[in-house]
Write a protein that binds this ligand. Structure first.
Ligand code: APR
Length: 169
């Protein structure tokens, strides 16, 4: 499906309508890609996030992109991996779907995802990739927007996994 593609690089460099941040429920920043996005966007991003009063796991919130090349940031909160006992797959799918719904509602052309929950939150990368690609593919089959979804992949393991799965489509 040509509406999904891989970008092997730093998501903060992508000139897309929105980049998705793998945030935590406080939306007040953190390490990983969250830290990279806040550093690149500048302090106004945190100021706007402070107004949002957090975000539950599985949901997403929209802010401006400030100094990023991307117009918007969609802050999505993925689940912490808990051995698969706590409906993590449904929560991860919901984080992707909530982000896609925001992009659709704003008729965005392009949105870039990091590999949500697969870093600090410990979600097994192969399982997370299957959930991510299945959720995005289903949403794109049912919706005109966003026109394109980019998987911004930063580590080699995720890159290999995504290439294998996406070659299958
Ligand atoms: N561009 C793209 N991807 C990146 C970048 C970057 N600049 N930096 C890190 N990543 C990738 C990691 O390699 C990983 O594959 O983002 C993916 C998600 O990892 P984390 O950033 O650790 O996010 P997550 O596992 O969802 O944990 C979220 O970490 O940073 C905190 O505040 C955040 O508490 C929250 C938790």
């Amino acid at each position: 499906m040509e509406r999904m593609e891989i970008n092997n690089g730093d998501i903060t460099r992508l000139e897309v309508d929105a980049i998705v941040n793998a945030a935590n429920s406080t939306l007040l920043g953190g390490g990983g890609v969250d830290g990279a996005i806040h550093r690149a966007a500048g302090p106004e991003l945190l100021e706007e996030c402070r107004q949002l009063d957090g975000c539950p796991t599985g949901e997403a919130r929209l802010t401006k992109g400030y100094r990023l090349p991307a117009k918007w940031v969609i802050h999505a909160v993925g689940p912490v991996w808990n051995g698969g006992q706590g409906k993590e797959a449904e929560k991860l799918a919901s984080a992707y779907r909530s982000s896609l719904e925001i992009a659709r509602n704003h008729r965005m052309k392009s949105i870039a995802f990091p590999n949500i929950s697969t870093g600090i939150y410990g979600y097994p990368k192969e399982q997370a990739a299957i959930v991510a690609i299945r959720t995005v593919r289903k949403f794109l089959a049912e919706n005109e927007w966003p026109e394109k979804v980019i998987f911004a992949i930063f580590d080699q393991e995720n890159l290999t996994i995504y290439r294998e799965i996406l070659e299958g489509y």
